[in-house]
Design a protein around this ligand. Sequence first.
Ligand SMILES: Nc1ncnc2c1ncn2[C@@H]1O[C@H](COP(=O)(O)OP(=O)(O)OP(=O)(O)O)[C@@H](O)[C@H]1O
Ligand SMILES: [Mg+2]
Length: 427
Amino acid sequence: MVIKELPEEVKAYISAAQGTPTPEYVIKELIENSIDAFASKIEVDITSPFSFKVKDNGIGIPYEDLPKTIKRFYTSKVYSLKDVKALKSLGYRGEALHSIALISKLTIKSKYKEENIGGILKSIGGNIILHKPFSFSQGTLVLVEDLYYNFPARRKSVKEKKFFNFVKNLLFAYYLAYENISFVLKTKDNIISLLNLPFEEKLKLIFKDKSYSILEGKYFKIIYSDDKIKNFENIFILNKRPMDFKFFEKKFLSPLNLNFKTVIAILNVPNEYIDIHLSPYKDKFEFTSKSFEKLILENIKDTFTQKIYPFYSKERFLLKEAESENIFNLKLLGFLGEDILVGYTDKYVYYFDFHLIFEIYNSQFLNLSEKQACKYALVKKGDMDLDTLKDIIFEIFSSGKITCPHGRPLFVKESINNILKKLKRKR
Ligand SMILES: Nc1ncnc2c1ncn2[C@@H]1O[C@H](COP(=O)(O)OP(=O)(O)OP(=O)(O)O)[C@@H](O)[C@H]1O
Ligand SMILES: [Mg+2]
């Protein structure tokens, strides 16, 4: 690892990038530097939005390179335009520490993994006032003090509560994006410890007792809930980078009419389809291919439709169903265990929630209350013959009211074509 100045053509390519650092952005850049240094533990310790430190156990910075860290366009992560475009690291501009140093009193303590002794660097407003050997365990500590000391007017626009909430959510975003990194967030009155856990366990930590669902496709994973989680902001992670959630909402959720109270959206796409270099805070991007963007939208739509449209949007469901086939050709085959009723049409195999058929039927046609409807739904499979069941299902479909009182889906289905494809047979 050597810190070098970027070639001119790279500088020109990224030159639109730099913005004035906000405290939130400073924290984000410091965490990203720790991740790029392969840290497995990152500790963020905040005294105020103007005074905080980030400590990691990453590879550290070579003693001789310490002064270069705060020089503009000096980086150890990319050396050419090709590297920049390959987007292997979170940092790629050699600008973050430079711009942070200009507006703060900065201390960096570090020990590089291949050196025996560490070093300390101190700067005020970008002027180095100390660079000497310093005994330090492996990794790096960056301490930012008196942020905006030379721009006091800027302090006024910082809202402390918003800042703390942002940082907490940001840590959750990195926590979800990276395996094998644990995070600690220390503030005046709180310590949040995010231990390295399997992804599902991390979700439980966020959602606690609230229920959530996961949709997964080739390029995306979307975790959503109709419950609002207190103090939690929706998260969008693109190729392991936390991004502005509004962007995801605008591109993918709004066009599909999907409104959830809580969403964690994770996109992993080949780097050649995205360009993130135009955004000063690295939180926005463009798709370089419209057709790829459309493909993702279609993918998300299909996955949602397959999984949930029966209870999500009645209109969309009926329309789609009418377009694709006639549900009234349904033939019922019988039961899978106690709970699932199986049927098929020309195009799909249907798995109905047997009890739900009665819950819906009872509440809608017998005018029972929600509680009664569920109670009377405890019918056993032996109580009914398939023809009567089919009639009830048709009645539910004809009414268009295919929603369970609690919002569960009446059925899931799989296209027969899909099954044939999986069996490697063409129709
Ligand atoms: N926590 C850290 N551990 C190891 N090296 C670090 C750390 N923080 C900074 N560095 C070194 O300092 C250099 C400059 O950091 P800086 O954040 O300014 O630029 P960058 O990460 O290369 O690019 P960007 O401006 O896009 O963040 C890095 O390239 C890296 O070599
Ligand atoms: Mg950086």
